[in-house]
Each structure stands twice: as C-alpha cells, then as structure tokens.
Design a protein. Structure first.
Length: 360
C-alpha cells in the first residue's frame, strides 16, 4: 500500500507491516522514513537488527540466509536491505520474489531502502508481492511552491513556530536543500526558547546565507543549465569580495573543456572516452552535468562565449570598457541557458587598440 512520508508515522502506529519499501532521492525525508520504521519496530518489541548493504557483485543469497537464521534472544528481527542507487537486476528481483513467498511464515520486518522506483519497476512481480504485505513510501522532493509550507510544519518538530514569509526565506537561503534547512532549524531551536515565533528578521539574522558559494558551485550551475542559481552565485561572490579574475578563470576553464569534449565527440569517440581524455579527467559524478551542457551549447555558441571571456579578460587588464561584474554575470547566465542584461554595444570594443597598447 502506498503511503507518503508525512503519513508514515500514523500508518506505523496502527500496525507494523512485514515489509516497508522506502524509495526516492530526497535524503532528509528518506532518512526520517527509515528512522520511523526502526522506531516502530523497537516499540513493537523487535530489538534485533541486521543490515545488508548492496554493493557491486552482492551475493543475494545472503538475504534468505539472514531471514532463515534463528535468533537466540528474539522471535523476530528487523532486516535492512540498503540498495542506495544500485539496480536490482535479475538476481535481485528473484531474491526479493523468493523472500516474498516466506512472509506468511515469518515474524521478521524487512526495510528496503533504495533510490527512486519508476512506474515500470512498480509493476514487477517482486514489488507487487511485497507491496501487498506492507507499505511503499515514495520519497519525492518538495515542490518549490510548497516548500514554505513544508518548512513551516517542520519547524514545529523543533519546538518553533515560523511565519510563512520567514519559511520561504529559509528555503531560499538553503536553496531548497531540506537537510540544510533542517540543520538551520536545529540551530535556531538552540538559540531561541521553545515556542518562539520566527519572522523574516529572525531568519535573516540567524541563518547563514547559502549564497556564500565558491567558483566551483558557479561552474556546476552553468553546466547544469540553472540560470537563476548562477545569477545568485555571481552576486554572492561579488558581495563577498571574490576577485573577478578567479571567477573568469573558472568559467573559461569550463568553456575550454566543453569545446574539447565536442572535438572528441566529432572524432567519433564515446562521451565516456572523451571525459576520460580530459585533463583533469571528468569523473563519473560530474559527467551528467557536462552531457547536459554540450547538448545545450553547440560549438558555435561556445566560441562566442569564449570571445565574451576574452573581452572580460581585457576588461580585467583595463584594456576594454566592458563592465566587469555585469559582464561576468552575463557570461554565466548565457552558459546556463539564460539571458544576459548588457546590451550588444556594451560588449563592443576594438581589439586592434588592445593589440597596439599591448605591444607598447
């Protein structure tokens, strides 16, 4: 039976199921759901707990071995199967289907912790069988339109009240990161007495502004196509007094990397091979961002962006009239797929003038 994360504690209070599947990629709600299952198991007298972490080449036979091992001290135990983002595969699906056949004769509780399950996976035999005997908890990211309300409710768990505008500001300051927002609420709970009602001023003074980004966060925002985030980061870097040449260096480096990837792909290389050929090599975790960027930014656009970067470099040296920080903002926004603010005339200058002055 499907139960959303905020409904799980009430469902567990009614009856402890034999199986709970917590699936999704939002870490705070995922953690809270698993903690709720563990607490409910303890309250029901299930004190023994065994954990299986699924890794490459995992031996799925261990699940049945663990479930069949009798405890000397308890009649039931909590079995945790932690898949993370690993795929079940055929062997894993068979193992779970086999486990499902034993549920009627077992007092154990199985907690499956895993990444997002798509519609096709929810039609698999193992899922349908386990779902009949327990709860399926899909963990979804909180939509931006609901984030303020969600944080307002979350504050009550820490003994605080928070006005809606203040909750929305907290969401902005933490960029929708629920873990970060929850940590800030915990800090505020230590500062303020129980029952304190927080307003916008309280959040502005008490929460560290997460616009304190470094240039690598900016590069990631540009690669992933997040113009609004890129804009906030540039403004944050400027307000913190970060030197403009450092920001320009980071953006230019990514532009040259993207051009190099395009060239390798045009030569018939695979994307993975092209990533390995970069110096430094692009690791697996960052490859999806680069793949998004090269699909959004063709070679012609990248060359124009490099020309923008060149003009900003001249502005750093005092040889061009392009306003520096607005120009960096426009460069980042264009890389991220947004629109800049400067007019075309603001970018126009005479390269020949610079060349003459440079030779002198």
């Amino acid at each position: 039976m499907k139960v959303f994360a905020d409904q799980l504690p009430a469902a567990l209070a009614k009856k402890l199921p034999r199986v709970v599947i917590v699936a999704g990629d939002e870490p705070l709600q995922h953690r809270d759901a698993c903690d709720a299952v563990r607490a409910a198991a303890r309250q029901s007298g299930v004190e023994e707990r065994e954990v299986l972490d699924v890794e490459p080449n995992f031996a799925w036979g261990r699940l049945m071995e663990m479930s069949s091992n009798l405890s000397l001290f308890a009649t039931s135990k909590l079995l945790e199967l932690r898949l993370g983002n690993h795929k079940l595969g055929q062997e894993g699906s068979k193992a779970l289907a086999q486990y499902a056949e034993t549920l009627d004769n077992s007092d154990d509780v199985l907690l499956i912790s895993m990444g997002k399950l798509d519609a096709k996976q929810q039609k698999a035999a193992w899922f349908k069988t386990l779902d009949k005997h327990g709860l399926f908890v899909p963990v979804w990211p909180v939509d931006a339109s609901r984030l303020g309300y969600w944080l307002r409710d979350r504050a009550s768990l820490h003994g605080l009240q928070i006005e809606l505008d203040a909750a929305r500001l907290l969401g902005e300051r933490t960029e929708g990161n629920l873990l970060a927002a929850d940590q800030e609420l915990q800090k505020l709970a230590l500062i303020h007495p129980q029952g304190t009602r927080l307003n916008v001023e309280s959040i502005a003074q008490g929460v560290e502004d997460s616009t304190r980004f470094d240039v690598f966060n900016l590069a990631d925002a540009c690669l992933k196509g997040e113009p609004s985030r890129a804009s906030r980061i540039v403004n944050g870097l400027r307000s913190e007094g970060v030197e403009a040449p450092i920001v320009l260096w980071a953006l230019t480096r990514e532009l040259r990397t993207l051009l190099s990837l395009h060239q390798h792909l045009d030569q018939g290389q695979s994307f993975e091979h092209a990533c390995k050929g970069q110096k430094p090599m692009i690791f697996d975790k960052r490859r999806p961002a680069y793949q998004k960027a090269i699909s959004r930014l063709p070679m012609k656009r990248l060359h124009k962006l490099l020309l923008m970067a060149q003009r900003l470099d001249l502005a750093v040296k005092g040889a061009a009239a392009v306003p520096l920080w607005p120009g960096l903002h426009d460069l980042a926004m264009t890389m991220a797929g947004g629109r800049g603010l400067l007019s075309e005339s603001a970018w126009t200058y005479r390269i020949s003038t610079y060349r003459i002055s440079a030779n002198n």
